[in-house]
Design a protein around this ligand. Structure first.
Ligand SMILES: NC(=O)c1ccc[n+]([C@@H]2O[C@H](COP(=O)([O-])OP(=O)(O)OC[C@H]3O[C@@H](n4cnc5c(N)ncnc54)[C@H](O)[C@@H]3O)[C@@H](O)[C@H]2O)c1
Ligand SMILES: O[C@H]1[C@H](O)[C@@H](O)[C@H](O)[C@@H](O)[C@H]1O
Length: 348
């Protein structure tokens, strides 16, 4: 069976998902789209030459009986209501990060999914599908660097738009590290602190940029993450885990080495679309394949979305207080324990 998708939000990432499902992946088809900017939805249909119905809103798209699964790629604060409506209608959901912008809302989603009785939701934490992070996790699992003690990570964007605010450094940007780092070291977070260094003059006045976060885990691992979203020079993602007997670093994406004008240079990617293109393809293909084969999505779960939301709530508090804020998770329900922690399978 072909999985028939409805896409909610046809902006930057919504369009890339339409493109990959239509032109690169197998087993999926876009049959419906919507966007609060109806022209954007219509132009997506034209741009990709798809036979998709344009709906006025998320609710009418979800109600279409030809839609098996929805991709939620609207703005973060709109995600939770669309996810809840889709669960109520029994539709599969691929939700871009964040699942919800608060822990409270993500818990509501978790409860709705458990009430429905079967996993329906996958969250777009694509870094778990990135070859570099997977290699790092394998090495850590195989004890190649001994017990991890520290992690230093860097998340840099070239620039941000006017509507990017200081809290989005956590809920929109740091959230990638929040998800991938606890998965990498198989530990839970304990606290988070935010430090605001000297502001760059290259960011708009309303934005604190850069920001530095210090996160401690339950096992005592200390993580530093630099979030610098107007670094000017490119899209730069770094991660190094320091273990007892060695260190392991996220490999750089291979780009050509140019020798010219008495210098050796190598381009830096400019955009998340290129940096994680393979990971985005793999996560959506995994979503399609697992639903077709097993009847539920196997990727990062609503519970992963909840962990990220609790941590990002604490991160936003830490931005305001300047203090160490505690990260307190509820006990993981049985529903999210075994069959639905399948990313582990990707590693085997
Ligand atoms: N996984 C990743 O690496 C990654 C990369 C980029 C974006 N994202 C996430 O994807 C989401 C979209 O980001 P983007 O960069 O594409 O933003 P964007 O602004 O380019 O696109 C968002 C689109 O959603 C539409 N929209 C907003 N609210 C809506 C609603 N209630 N119903 C229907 N449409 C609505 C907007 O009109 C816009 O066209 C964000 O949550 C973002 O964090 C994830
Ligand atoms: O900071 C950006 C991240 O680097 C990207 O990977 C996207 O998630 C985008 O939405 C964020 O604004």
């Amino acid at each position: 069976m072909t999985l028939r998708f409805g896409v909610i939000g046809t902006g930057a990432i919504g369009k890339t998902h339409i493109d990959r499902i239509t032109n690169r992946l197998s087993g999926g088809e876009i049959v419906a789209v919507t966007d609060i900017n109806q022209n954007s939805a219509k132009s997506a249909v034209e741009e990709y030459g798809i036979q998709a119905k344009v709906y006025p809103d998320d609710k009418s798209l979800i109600a279409d009986e030809n839609v098996d699964a929805v991709i939620i790629a609207s703005w973060g604060p709109a995600h939770a209501e669309s996810v809840l409506a889709a669960i109520e209608a029994g539709k599969y959901v691929f939700c871009e990060k964040p699942l919800a912008t608060t822990a409270e809302k993500s818990l509501e989603i978790v409860e709705a999914e458990m009430k429905f009785g079967k996993p329906l939701v996958q969250v777009g934490f694509m870094r778990r599908y990135d070859q570099g992070y997977k290699q790092m996790k394998n090495a850590i699992v195989n004890n190649e660097i001994g017990e991890p003690l520290m992690i230093h990570a860097v998340h840099r964007n070239q620039s941000t738009s006017e509507n990017y605010t200081t809290d989005m450094a956590v809920v929109d940007t740091l959230i990638h590290e929040i998800d991938v780092l606890h998965w990498l070291i198989n530990d839970d977070y304990k606290s988070i602190q935010a430090i605001f260094p000297k502001r760059t003059t290259k960011a708009l006045d309303h934005l604190q940029d850069p920001q530095l976060f210090i996160i401690e885990t339950q096992r005592g691992i200390v993580i530093t993450v630099e979030v610098f979203t107007n670094c000017q020079f490119g899209y730069d993602i770094q991660c190094e885990v320091i273990g007892e007997i060695g260190t392991i670093k996220l490999p750089e994406v291979p780009t050509p080495v140019v020798r010219k004008n008495a210098a050796i240079s190598q381009p830096i990617l400019q955009d998340w679309k290129d940096r994680f293109i393979v990971a985005y393809d793999l996560e959506i293909q995994h979503f399609i394949d697992s639903i077709r084969k097993k009847g539920y999505p196997e990727g990062p779960t609503s519970w992963d979305g909840y962990i990220a939301a609790v941590t990002s709530d604490a991160g936003v508090r830490a931005q305001k207080t300047g203090q160490k804020e505690l990260i307190e998770l509820k006990a993981r329900p049985e529903f999210y324990k075994s069959k639905n922690s399948p990313i582990q399978n990707l590693m085997s």
